[in-house]
Design a protein around this ligand. Structure first.
Ligand code: HEC
Ligand code: HEC
Length: 323
C-alpha cells in the first residue's frame, strides 16, 4: 500500500513538472512571444527588426509617412487622382505580376490611414516585404504608383477621398474578400481567389459539368500565378480561426514578419473595424454550426425538464402498488 502511494506520488510529480515546467519552457523557446501594437502602423516594429543598413531607410520612410498624415487632404482633388488607382483596381481586374488587385470599395473603412499613405508611397515598404526586392531588378506589382502619385499633397488627397467614400456598412464577407480573398480561398465560405464559386449544372448527356471545369481551370491558373509570386500558394482559411489562437491571428495579421520571419505574406494594414469584420467572417465560416448549436441548447434543457417529470410520474405509478 505504502509503495503504491509512493509510485503515485512520483508519477504525479513528474507529470506536473512536464506540464508546468518543461512544456511552457519548450513553447517559449520555439515560439517567441509577439506583442501586438494595437493595429497602429508607425513602423516601430519594422525599424526594430530591420538590419543595420536598413534601419535608417525605414526610419526616414516612416517619418515621412507621419508628415503626410499631418497634411489636410482634399477629397475632391483626391477623386481625380484616384482614377489612376482605378486603372488597376477595377471590377474584373486582371492578374498582374502574380496577384489580382482587390476592389477598393471599402478601403477607407477597413484600412488604417497611415498604412494607406505608406502603401501609396512605397507598397513593398508599407507591407513589410521590401526584403523581396533588394536591388530593384524586380518590382512590387503595385510599384508603378510610386511614380504616378508621389507628391505628399496628392497622397494626402487620395487617402482623404478613400476615407470620405465609405460605401455603406462593410459586411464581414466584403472585408474578407477585399483584404484577404485575392490570395486566400475559403472553401467553407464557397470562395476562391476569383470570388464566389458560381452555380453551374451538369450536362445531362455527358454527365459532366463543363462550366464548372472551365471555372476550376481559371482558378488553377490564378493559383499558379499566386504561387509563383509568393513562393507558395497561401493556405485556405476556412478553419484557420479554429486552428490558431486569436492572439496569433491578431499579431500575425498586424505584422506577418513578426511571427514568421521571411514569410511572403504582406502586411494588410487593417484597422480595428477591418480586423473585426475579417475575424467575424473567419468565425462564421470556421464554425458554421455555432448559431444552430446555441439555438438547440434551450430545447435540450426543455426536453430534459419534461423527461424528468415523466420519469418521476412513471416511477410513482410503478411503486404505488408495492408500498
Ligand atoms: C498577397 C497575398 C496575401 C494576402 C492579401 C493575405 N495573405 Fe495570408 N498568407 C499569404 C501567404 C503567402 C501565406 C503563407 C505564409 C508562409 O507560409 O510563409 C499566408 C498565410 C496566412 C496564414 C497562416 C499562418 C500560419 O501560421 O501558417 C493566416 C492565418 C493568414 N495568412 C491570414 C490572412 C488574413 C486574415 C488575410 C486578410 C486580412 C490575409 N492572410 C491576406 C498571403 C496573403
Ligand atoms: C499598377 C497597378 C496598380 C495601381 C496603379 C494601384 N494599385 Fe493598389 N494594388 C495593386 C496590386 C497588384 C495589389 C495587390 C498587391 C499584393 O497583394 O501584393 C494592390 C493592393 C492594394 C491595396 C491592398 C493592400 C493590402 O495590403 O491589403 C490597397 C488598399 C491599394 N492597392 C490601394 C491603391 C490606391 C489607393 C492606389 C492609387 C493611389 C493604388 N492602389 C494604385 C495594383 C495597383
Amino acid at each position: 500500500m505504502n509503495k503504491e502511494l509512493k509510485i503515485l506520488g512520483i508519477v504525479a510529480a513528474f507529470t506536473l513538472l512536464l506540464y508546468w515546467g518543461v512544456e511552457p519552457f519548450a513553447h517559449s523557446q520555439m515560439h517567441k512571444h509577439v506583442e501586438g501594437h494595437g493595429l497602429v502602423y508607425d513602423g516601430t516594429a519594422d525599424i526594430e527588426e530591420a538590419s543595420k543598413d536598413k534601419k535608417e531607410v525605414k526610419k526616414k520612410f516612416w517619418s515621412e509617412v507621419k508628415e503626410i498624415a499631418k497634411l489636410k487632404g482634399d477629397a475632391t482633388a483626391g477623386e481625380a487622382t484616384f482614377a489612376m488607382c482605378a486603372g488597376c483596381h477595377m471590377d474584373g481586374a486582371a492578374n498582374m505580376g502574380g496577384v489580382t488587385p482587390p476592389s477598393l470599395d471599402h478601403a477607407g473603412a477597413i484600412y488604417d490611414k497611415n498604412f494607406l499613405i505608406a502603401l501609396i508611397k512605397d507598397p513593398a515598404m508599407a507591407t513589410n516585404v521590401d526584403h523581396k526586392y533588394p536591388n530593384g531588378d524586380m518590382t512590387h506589382p503595385m510599384g508603378s504608383i510610386t511614380t504616378m502619385v508621389s507628391a505628399p499633397q496628392d497622397i494626402a488627397n487620395v487617402v482623404a477621398y478613400l476615407k470620405a467614400k465609405k460605401a455603406g456598412e462593410v459586411t464581414p464577407k466584403e472585408a474578407f474578400t477585399e483584404a484577404c480573398g485575392r490570395c486566400h480561398a475559403n472553401r467553407y465560405g464557397k470562395l476562391t481567389q476569383l470570388g464566389e464559386i458560381p452555380k453551374t449544372k451538369s450536362n445531362i448527356k455527358t454527365n459532366q459539368d463543363i462550366d464548372r471545369m472551365k471555372y476550376d481551370q481559371k482558378v488553377a491558373t490564378e493559383q499558379n500565378a499566386l504561387a509563383e509570386y509568393l513562393g507558395k500558394l497561401p493556405p485556405d482559411l476556412s478553419i484557420m480561426y479554429r486552428a490558431r489562437s486569436e492572439h496569433f491571428l491578431d499579431t500575425f495579421i498586424e505584422n506577418p514578419q513578426a511571427n514568421l520571419k521571411g514569410t511572403a505574406m504582406p502586411r494588410t494594414g487593417l484597422n480595428h473595424e477591418g480586423f473585426e469584420k475579417v475575424m467575424e467572417y473567419l468565425a462564421e465560416t470556421g464554425d458554421p454550426s455555432a448559431p444552430a448549436r446555441a439555438m438547440a441548447g434551450p430545447w435540450v434543457l426543455l426536453f430534459f425538464f419534461i423527461f424528468t417529470i415523466l420519469a418521476y410520474l412513471w416511477k410513482q405509478s410503478q411503486w404505488r402498488d408495492l408500498h
